[in-house]
Design a protein around this ligand. Sequence first.
Ligand code: MGD
Ligand code: MGD
Ligand code: MO
Length: 781
Amino acid sequence: MSPTDRTGDAERRMLGGAPGEQALGRGPAPGGEYSRHEYDHPAAGWGAARSVAEVLRRAGEPVEGVRALFVMNQENGGFDCPGCAWPDDPDGLHLDICENGVKHVTWELAEPKADAGFFGAHTVTELAGWTDYDLEAAGRLAEPLSYNPATDRYEPISWDDAFAMVDTELRALENPNQASFYTSGRLSNEATFLYQLWVREFGTNNLPDCSNMCHEASGRAMTTALGSGKGTVDLHDWRAADAIWVMGDNAASNAPRMLTWLAEADRRGAALVHINPLIEAASRRTIVPHEFADMATFHTTRTGTRNVQVRIGGDMALMRGVAKAVLEAGPGVLDEEFIERHTSGFDEYRALVAATPWADIVEGSGIDEPAIRALADSYVASERVIIAWCLGVTQHEHGVDTVGEIVNVLLLRGNIGREGAGPCPVRGHSNVQGNRTCGIDHRPAREFLDRLGEVCGIDPPRAHGLGTVPTIEAMHRGDVKVFVALGGNFALATPDQPYTYEALRNCELTVQVSTKLNRSHLVHGKRALILPCLGRTEKDRQAAGEQGITVEDAMSMVHISFGMKEPASRQLRSECAILAGLAKATLPDSNTPWQEYADDYDRIRDTMAEVLEGFDDFNTRARQPHGFRVHQPARERVFQTSSGRAEFSLAALPGDLDPGHGRFILTTIRSHDQFNTTVYSNDDRYRGLKGLRTVIFMNEDDMRARGIDEFDLIDVTSFSKDGSERAVHGYRAVSYEIPPGCTAGYMPELNVLCGIADFSTQSEQPVTKHLIVEINRHTTS
Ligand SMILES: Nc1nc2c(c(=O)[nH]1)N[C@H]1C(S)=C(S)[C@@H](COP(=O)(O)OP(=O)(O)OC[C@H]3O[C@@H](n4cnc5c(=O)[nH]c(N)nc54)[C@H](O)[C@@H]3O)O[C@H]1N2
Ligand SMILES: Nc1nc2c(c(=O)[nH]1)N[C@H]1C(S)=C(S)[C@@H](COP(=O)(O)OP(=O)(O)OC[C@H]3O[C@@H](n4cnc5c(=O)[nH]c(N)nc54)[C@H](O)[C@@H]3O)O[C@H]1N2
Ligand SMILES: [Mo]
């Protein structure tokens, strides 16, 4: 099957579906010029400053204007950056602004040009031929729209008629489980709470979210081991740690404000270990983005003291090796008191580690024994260790076991629940952690449902719902007929586009609540709605006056955020208002005070305070400077597991080391100039690449062995767990310092290579960091 059907040639060329032709990718149409250079400058610094100036110039925004918005954020509770989930400085010493945050805010400040006139001028079939960059560049969505199959256009619809259409389609279902409700991780806590309340009052737990593709593995592993799915450290701990390990995270691009904390740790002499198949920019030096004097003098600070170039998927074996060396070092290095008082399963774990041969560890990790022992020595030499990780660890078949092994290593020396130490999953979207806290979970805990039912006077469904991949499969089978998305770009962020596109098109109704036009509006059900909403930067006026919303960052700090800009269009509604409108229209007999909630978000927060653990006095505490920290028992060494102790994980090492037949493992990653499916340019500054996204980074020896030269056209075929194959054509090979057998390329382009069956049985996450591929030089061009 070709990657597209209705969208035809244009999207096929973007995706690499046309043999012999250069694939174009989802960014701006490439100008034909591309280049590669060694990037040896520090991260952040002047390159970042220049890039910001360029983004602002293109957006027509004065630099000072955007900076002023961020400064306001610092001083009087302005808006929370809608980019990543890295926390603000709790002491307000650093200006919490970064290059990619500015890009992100500017993206939202666009003019409302995607209005009725725009959609009158372009059919959906025509728009489907645009690049994803051009779709978003159309500007902010300006009014509610409904798809008219007779004209193949989106046409204006009133808010009330839109809500009524959703009611009609939901009413036509045989049961509530025939609808599924997706969340992307920007949704505020208040809107999240209303969303899950509506969905559960309607009668289903089908609440898939982007977390199902992101940190699901972290949540599951930590819940089992520690009784809570969240990290335990905060930025004060970052300031006190004497070793920080960063695993599978491209911090310089995806959590740039982390650089400040790494640089600060280096000045204290902390060990900064980067565990990554690629040597990423954050492992070198930075010009601390907030220290303008440093910018002027080009003063750089080190942000990495050791690189461990693990093979793709080798992190669990590496952690097992560290544990083995630590255990072999004798009893003196263990925190025996902690192990005795607070953990369970230590003896079994010690036996398991002893039974794991070094040969398996070395082969599994791709790191030799002396290097692993050196890493273990550095671990033992550090009193306070934080291990941070992101997608390089989670998007694997063995993601849950790997996070379990990271926790094991921490437990051995009591590196949890004390100052400067602990696990630290680096979350993605700005409020993805808050979404889970506030009830977006297709496998909700019984206690949460009990509380929700009691406080809100509803009878929530108890059966587990569908996560992201099972939702796609159910839509494909015709078992889910209505799909609602609160933000995100489901069609592109998910695996296997041809399959997922068919699934979405099977639906009776698809509803997208969005700020900007994207592919998910063009790959739609028989009926389709686009409901445009306010962004986080915009003023939200309701009956009770201007409203603020709250978010929870990656370190469990909850704070209030107020928009500062006039809304892009008068027809936009807030996400809370849209959800209240949907709920009122579809649940006419509901006793929930939907309108009161939408009028005054303090009312929502009052209810949340009763339902959610740790949210007492929510309205007051959210308004304190920097907000409040959601209580995290594991931080106090209270482990809410069945044994009441931290549980050592006892998993076997992955056996899927050799992809066989001269095949490679492919990991899919972000460039510096994108936010998930939003691509800002075709450049990837820190990796030294300009003008092209359709590339595969390869080890030089691997290229030579296959007769592939730099920038040669290549074809990539993937082999799915279910035996099916997929291919992209017209990619270009780029040599890179990456272990042999390992390759990397960009999401979301390469999602076409991930089959629908390629998800982890441990976490249900698509294994987008571990695809099995064959790479061949394109011979006929
Ligand atoms: N500017 C910007 N910021 C973002 C985002 C964005 O797209 N743009 N996305 C946000 C979101 S939703 C998320 S979840 C985060 C994502 O943040 P990251 O996890 O940094 O995202 P990726 O680009 O997928 O990078 C994965 C990193 O893991 C490495 N890696 C790949 N495979 C392996 C492996 O097997 N083992 C190890 N140890 N490392 C591996 C890659 O080389 C890369 O450095 O960032 C958030 N912040
Ligand atoms: N191959 C591969 N695939 C991946 C990943 C990978 O590493 N590799 N990473 C996965 C991860 S970690 C994630 S989190 C997912 C991301 O999946 P999603 O969260 O679904 O995707 P985004 O690209 O972040 O969504 C961008 C869209 O969100 C909408 N939007 C932006 N701001 C707002 C807002 O304030 N409100 C509303 N309602 N809408 C808004 C805009 O219309 C924009 O086009 O992708 C996953 N897919
Ligand atoms: Mo994510």
